[in-house]
Structures are given as structure tokens and as C-alpha cells.
Design a protein around this ligand. Structure first.
Ligand code: FPP
Length: 261
């Protein structure tokens, strides 16, 4: 996607040693960057704070990464905010997260509008508490006409559940006589995922050092490059993002072949 050089330079001014824009190949910015935002709780407890403070700090970090990705001309930024497994957390924390999601979305709407960001949700948001669901639907509608970066928020998302849902949808078409089974191919599966129409992530960033995929975008990450950092999500910033992109650009992507594409 196009980017504004002046705004980009201003946002990444005063780079730490070795991390300036001059090291970056702007022609090879990943089209889709995906973040597994891990470590909010540990960030807080390591400072003697409540986990809730970690989630609030995590939102500030997400805001910075959204802005940085817009400045860099990234097409799609996705972020894992709440998994289908996260319902197993203590009810108080689930309630707090649902409240924070709604509040954040309202608070950040001006940013999303100013930056022309379109928001989509990955996951079953129909099962969220009513207020959060309504805020999401309202915010999504408000940003619907935006033509800039797509922010894809994974909320109540599980990769296996997503693939099962796609299989169900396709099976319904077959049952209705609208589709022959031998026409089921990878494109059709992809078109029935929450990410339909979006490019697959090229770069997946996971913070807080865990070496897991955690049921995230299982289909879509087939050829993604991974960048894992020990930094807790609330401390992940524009420089961490640049480091991840530089690491991505330093790799040879072969897609199963022998030479890079
Ligand atoms: C992981 O930390 C983070 C989360 C479960 C939630 C992150 C959500 C945001 C930063 C905001 C998203 C905003 C919107 C509008 C959807 P953790 O609690 O798993 O940390 P831990 O592994 O240290 O316990």
C-alpha cells in the first residue's frame, strides 16, 4: 500500500542504533503482519501491578503498532486479542477484557477514522457480551468505507473452530445441491474463513518468548515467517516492529521450492 514519506520519516525519527528506516527495503514491507500479543499479565505482575494494568498498557502498545503499520504502508495488521480458550480465565478478567475491548474501540475510533483504517473481526463476535458486540458492530460500520489499512482483530477466535466453520458452510452448499464436492479446493476453503479476501500473514510476531502457535490462523500461516521476541507485549513498540520487519527482510522465502521467489 502507498505510504506518506514525510509522515513515515517523522514517526521513525530518532531511531536506536541499527534500527533506522535506512536499513529497510520499502518495496518488501510484509503486506500482512500479524501479532500474537502475549505477556500483558506478566508485564504487570513483574512490576507488582494488577493484570488489568497489563491489559491497559497492552492497548497503548497496540495503538502504537497500528500507527506504525499505517505509516509503513502495511495492507493488513491482524492481532490476537481473545481466543476461544480465553473464556477459561477467571470471570473477572474476562469481564474486564470485554469492557476494555468496548471502551478501547470507542476511544480509538477517531484514530481509526483519521488514519482511514477499516476494521474487521476474526472470530465469532456474535457470542460476545451484548455491549461489546454492539460496540464492535457500530465501530465496524463506522469504518466500513475506509480504504486504508485493514485492522483485523481476532476476538473469540480459534483456528480449528474457524476451519470447522468453513467445512460446515461448504457442506451446506453441497447439501443444497449448489456445489459439487470435487469443486472444493484451497481457494474455496480460504473464501469461507473469517479472513476471506485478505492476504495471508507474511510475518507473525509473537511477544513474551513463547514458541507456540496457540490455535491462531492455522490455515493462513502456512508460509508465514515467525519473529519471536522476549519483550512483553506492553513494551513492544515501533522499534520492535522495525526489528521484526528487518529480520523478515533478511530471510530467504522459498515457499517449498529451492530459490527465493
Ligand atoms: C495477552 O496477555 C493479551 C490478551 C489476552 C489481550 C490483549 C488485548 C489487547 C492488547 C487489546 C485489544 C483491543 C481490542 C479493541 C480488541 P496475557 O494476559 O496472556 O499475558 P500473560 O501471558 O503474561 O498472562
Amino acid at each position: 500500500m502507498r505510504y506518506n514519506e514525510t509522515k513515515l520519516a517523522a514517526y521513525f525519527a530518532d531511531a536506536p542504533e541499527g534500527l533506522g528506516l535506512e536499513y529497510l527495503d520499502m518495496a518488501r514491507i510484509p503486506r500482512h503482519i500479524s501479532c500474537i500479543m502475549d505477556g500483558n499479565g506478566r508485564w504487570a505482575t513483574s512490576r507488582g501491578m494488577q493484570r488489568a494494568e497489563g491489559h491497559k498498557a497492552g492497548i497503548v502498545a497496540l495503538r502504537e503498532i497500528i500507527t506504525a503499520c499505517v505509516r509503513l504502508g502495511v495492507d493488513v495488521l491482524s492481532a490476537y486479542a481473545f481466543s476461544t480458550e480465553n473464556w477459561n480465565r477467571p470471570q473477572r478478567e474476562v469481564d474486564l477484557l470485554m469492557h476494555l475491548f468496548a471502551k478501547t474501540f470507542i476511544d480509538e475510533l477517531p484514530l481509526l477514522k483519521r488514519e482511514n483504517v477499516r476494521v474487521v473481526f476474526l472470530g465469532d463476535i456474535g457470542a460476545l457480551p451484548e455491549r461489546t458486540r454492539k460496540v464492535f458492530e457500530y465501530g465496524m460500520a463506522e469504518c466500513e468505507a475506509h480504504t486504508g489499512m485493514v485492522l483485523a482483530l481476532a476476538v473469540n477466535y480459534g483456528g480449528r473452530a474457524e476451519i470447522a466453520r468453513a467445512a460446515r458452510r461448504i457442506a451446506e452448499l453441497v447439501r443444497a445441491g449448489e456445489l459439487e464436492p470435487d469443486r472444493v479446493d484451497e481457494d474455496l476453503v480460504a473464501a469461507n474463513l473469517y479472513t476471506a479476501g485478505l492476504p495471508d500473514p507474511e510475518l507473525v510476531i509473537r511477544t513474551s518468548g513463547e514458541l507456540r502457535v496457540s490455535n491462531y490462523l492455522l490455515w493462513q500461516i502456512a508460509y508465514a515467517e515467525f519473529y519471536i521476541t522476549d519483550t512483553y507485549w506492553p513494551d513492544f513498540d515501533r522499534w520492535g516492529l522495525l526489528d521484526a520487519i528487518l529480520s523478515f527482510q533478511g530471510r530467504e522465502r522459498r515457499f517449498g521450492g529451492l530459490t527465493s521467489k
